[in-house]
Design a protein around this ligand. Structure first.
Ligand code: NZQ
Ligand code: ZN
Length: 389
């Protein structure tokens, strides 16, 4: 096991009517905030009204900035930064999914500097401070409600890039599983796949003696595999939503990374796909992950066999470990299909061929590798993307 420090400071407020506590929690940070949301689902469901009345009750004033798109854009981040600076706002409250939360985190970093926040996404310098962020989560998926990450797309150049910093852990996150009842089935499937991906990125590691966190990750994967079909079957199944939502947070709040080194190549590759084609992140991962696995499984066959047997209930055959591993990958693909996602680039309605361009961008022109389990150069990324055809 690797040395580690673990300190996730996000306060989680979970359960029925949890959003009623938003105002009181926000007031602990600031009485004048930016209220950030997406394309309309929070308005339509009445959630935004409820959040606003909770803010009012707590004496918090706000300025609104809606319109965050999935794969959130840098241009709106700049608008948010302007609003914060001009009006001296002290916090960003994100009401929505990963896209709204990531946009809020970007604004939080940009509002306290003179320079360009995009530089952080290019790896030019690191944030030294940020405004606090609070969240009201509406979809179990990205895990941004309790993560160090923010992923933003710069329209010019179709560049989707991430920043990770302890400074942008949300101060609090409100998780009421009922807020997910209105999700379209496609978004549920994308969310469940993203959660699975966060678990698999952590699971496939070269670090040894991590059997405790192996088991935690396996349990979380099995929870997602059980609960996602249940909420797709019955969109008001509060108990199953509760399990899925909490699993989604735990999958990405760094508890399951403790003592391990995760891979993250599939995420880096997927960000090239959603950067160019603006597809849902989870749908992109359902395409990339099987291809990445087919490319890498021989690197540590035992780990893949363990995963296939424990997570996908494949029968152990010590004489034919490759077949066991491949059966695990097949069952994972079947799971993605069963919840309505495809596993090929063509399923994302991508018909042109920009694989070479994506491999080039992903590896910065072959000047860096991606992934840790297996380090992938431009050719390897190209080969993996070719497997998605
Ligand atoms: O914009 P609205 O109208 O709210 O609609 C959203 C959006 O169209 C809709 N939605 C969300 N909650 C809903 C709802 N519709 C009805 N009822 C509800 N309760 O769902 C759509 C997708 O929302 P989005 O926020 O984009 O989804 P998600 O949470 O999957 O976030 C995806 C983004 O997160 C990034 C991804 O790359 C992608 O840009 N990620 C962020 C991470 C992080 N910060 O740690 C890690 C992840 O790996 C990921 O990369
Ligand atoms: Zn993800």
């Amino acid at each position: 096991m690797e040395n580690f420090e673990f300190n996730n400071p996000t306060k989680i407020i979970f359960g029925h009517n949890a959003e009623d506590k938003t105002g009181a929690e926000t007031a602990k940070y600031s009485k004048k905030i930016l209220l950030h949301y997406g394309g309309g689902s929070a308005k339509k469901s009445g959630l935004l009204d409820r959040v606003q009345s909770s803010l009012k009750k707590a004496g918090v004033e706000w300025i609104e900035l809606g319109g965050v798109k999935p794969n959130p854009r840098l241009s709106l981040v700049y608008e948010g930064i302007e609003l914060c600076k001009k009006n001296n706002l002290g916090m960003i409250l994100a009401v929505g999914g990963g896209s709204v939360i990531d946009s809020a985190k970007a604004i939080a970093m940009g509002a306290v500097i003179e320079g360009d926040v995009w530089d952080f996404y290019l790896g030019k310098g690191e944030p030294e401070s940020a405004l606090p962020v609070g969240t009201v989560l509406t979809i179990p998926a990205a895990g941004s409600e309790s993560s160090t990450g923010t992923v933003i797309t710069k329209e010019e150049g179709q560049l989707k890039r991430a920043v990770n910093s302890d400074l942008i852990y949300p101060g609090f996150s409100v998780l009421n599983p009922e807020l997910s009842f209105t999700l379209p089935a496609f978004q549920v499937a994308c969310g469940a796949t993203d959660i699975m991906a966060h678990l698999m990125e952590r699971y496939f590691t070269n670090v040894t003696h991590v059997s405790f966190t192996d088991r935690l990750i396996e349990a979380t994967m099995k929870t997602v595999i059980t609960m996602a079909p249940r909420v797709l079957e019955n969109s008001t199944d509060y108990d199953s939503w509760s399990e899925l939502m909490w699993a989604g947070t735990i999958a990405h709040n760094n508890l399951l990374t403790t003592g391990r080194i995760g891979d993250w190549a599939s995420h880096d590759i997927e960000h090239e796909i959603s950067g160019i084609y603006d597809v849902a992140h989870g749908a992109g991962l359902a395409v990339v992950f099987p291809a990445w696995m087919k490319y890498t499984f021989k690197h540590d066959l035992n780990r893949f066999v363990q995963w296939a047997v424990r997570v996908w209930n494949v029968d152990l055959d010590i004489n034919n470990p490759e077949a066991v591993a491949l059966e695990g990958i097949k069952r994972m693909e079947n799971f993605f299909h069963s919840i309505g996602l495809g596993t090929k680039l063509s399923d994302l309605k991508i018909t042109d061929d920009r694989i070479q361009e994506m491999a080039e961008k992903c590896t910065a022109g072959d000047t860096r590798t991606v992934g840790n389990f297996v380090k992938l150069n431009r050719k390897a990324v190209n080969d993996i993307l070719t497997l998605t055809k």
